[in-house]
Design a protein around this ligand. Structure first.
Ligand code: HEC
Length: 90
């Protein structure tokens, strides 16, 4: 897997529309850096909030690996004030 593939799928799958470039988040969705690949994969398959579910039909397990790894590798901004964490609430 390459970093380019990860960012391409992050964009192609539509994550970018809500979570923004570099996973920085938006007024609608939280920032993503700080989540490991397992947390990302778990949340994408079973979101508990407003996020649409991405099932196997939309994103295969193989295609989920690369954006999950991409997100896990994003540097966490030092000034990050993290929003309520849906993953940890699961
Ligand atoms: C339609 C907008 C939208 C899209 C598209 C979207 N998300 Fe989300 N995502 C959200 C919102 C809103 C939340 C906050 C929790 C909730 O309401 O479900 C969230 C939460 C998350 C979380 C948990 C964050 C936390 O702090 O607990 C992860 C991980 C995540 N999204 C990853 C992704 C990935 C990967 C994709 C692309 C496959 C994606 N999201 C696509 C809106 C979106």
């Amino acid at each position: 897997m390459t970093e380019t593939a990860g960012i391409r799928l992050y964009i192609a799958a539509g994550c970018v529309a809500c979570h923004g470039a570099d996973g920085r988040g938006s007024t609608f969705a939280p920032m993503l850096p700080g989540h490991n690949a397992e947390q990302v994969k778990r949340y994408v398959r079973n979101p508990v909030g407003k996020m649409p579910r991405f099932g196997n039909d939309k994103l295969s397990d193989a295609d989920l690996e690369t954006p999950a790894a991409y997100i896990a590798a994003l540097p966490v901004p030092e000034t990050a004030s993290r929003p309520p964490d849906a993953v940890e609430a699961m």
